[in-house]
Design a protein around this ligand. Sequence first.
Ligand SMILES: Nc1ncnc2c1ncn2[C@@H]1O[C@H](COP(=O)(O)OP(=O)(O)O)[C@@H](O)[C@H]1O
Ligand SMILES: O=P(O)(O)OC[C@H](O)CO
Length: 498
Amino acid sequence: MSAEFILALDQGTTSTRAIVFDHAGRARATAQQEFPQHFPRAGWVEHDPRDLWETTRRVALAAVAEANLTAADLAAVGLTNQRETTLLWDRRTGEPVAPAIVWQDRRTADFCARLAARGLGPLFRKRTGLVLDPYFSGTKLRWLLDHVPGARRRANRGELAFGTVDTWLLWQLTGGRVHATEVSNASRTLLLNLRTGAWDDELLGLLRIPREVLPEVRATSEVLGEISALPALRGVPVAGMAGDQQAALFGQACFRPGMAKNTYGTGCFLLQHTGTQPIASRHQLLTTIAWKLGPQAPLEYALEGSVFIGGAVVQWLRDGLGLIARSSDIESLAARAVDNGGVYVVPAFAGLGAPHWDPAARGAILGLTRGTTAAHLARAAIESIAYQSADLLGAMQADSGRKLRELRVDGGATVNDALLQFQSDLLRVPVIRPQVTETTALGAAYLAGLAVGFWRDRSQLAQRWARQRTFTPQAPRGAMARLQVDWRRAVERAKAWA
Ligand SMILES: Nc1ncnc2c1ncn2[C@@H]1O[C@H](COP(=O)(O)OP(=O)(O)O)[C@@H](O)[C@H]1O
Ligand SMILES: O=P(O)(O)OC[C@H](O)CO
């Protein structure tokens, strides 16, 4: 019997998921596991690299067992991951030399400011499409080389390997045989030339990164290696790899220039496909590589707006404030307030991403009165997710010169109907939730499946995309515009605080 399934592994910021997909793109089995977040100092966020691998290993085996499959049933594995998170390990032993520095970590803010003060912002922007913000991997890697005792010396001698999470997991899955990344992840490092898709020597020099630590840069959809570390999956090719936001863009079948998706997970990530030429943003968005569908295929690009805290604001109400017991309780609590009561929550817990790029911004609650209730706070928190995304859309339309006709959405927070209705009210375009909201994993499966001929081409995949519900603008335009004015005032007050 031929292999009838693809296994997608989705290593996210707060949890790791494995989903077995069949040829129709239906999920046959799912396994998920959370892992600890470490906040050793203010503004620092770390993961234990072993947790990232161990949860991946476990969910992969659990999903395959649940679907009652063996390696022979799997045509390929697709891997997708939280992006920018930075790891450094010993090539010989595979031991990490330090905890992984997570994308939300702000420890390199001063270093970024010094680079900017030297007038290097425009160069990095032109070459990489990114801004000098601690979000990206390059300054995190530089920090590890400078602060882990002996790391720079060992790196120069070729003893250490750098990787984003894709690279770390591919290394583990292949038993340390393959040290490679692919273009969508690599385009988030501040080290990759956006046009050539290769590491840029001048940028490496500016950040003092030795070439010896870098992985090879491969295509998003091609056979990268075979699994050897998991006996139950031995020999299955890893045939697709992508950053989770690019994978979601692919899973949403946003294949034509102008098509966009917004993912509402820990953060919110709005991406619009822009074709085979990078578009430079004039509005503080990022230009990023979407994917490269095969070693000889052209690079395809996207514009991106990244919001650092999206659904995580709900987790904070739950775990930080204890206002709700479960994330889903936010819906009934928020529904108790007819409006936000003038309250605005600016969840700048990790600074502000696009279009503000202010690592010193901090969270703020404005407009409190004696009449403010927990319901207002819940509502304001939900609304903050939508305001932040709306702030990006105008910028994106101006940059791409294309008016958005609809927005496809996915991610854990899109179960919240009120959020999506409010989002459509703000954006004035239809917001569409597809039947499969696990589009990140689906995208990784598609990328792997295309490489091994499991699926034919993109048009076949585009036909599979199906809507579950469409939210259209209901609230009056004027009222929404007034809310946005106050939101923007609130954002200004949260800036430059730390
Ligand atoms: N009903 C809800 N309303 C709003 N947000 C929610 C709801 N349920 C879960 N969330 C949020 O969704 C996020 C989880 O989404 P997920 O896509 O799994 O995130 P990630 O991949 O970033 O770990 C969490 O931040 C959680 O607080
Ligand atoms: O793991 P997620 O879904 O929160 O996504 C994280 C992003 O890739 C960070 O850029």
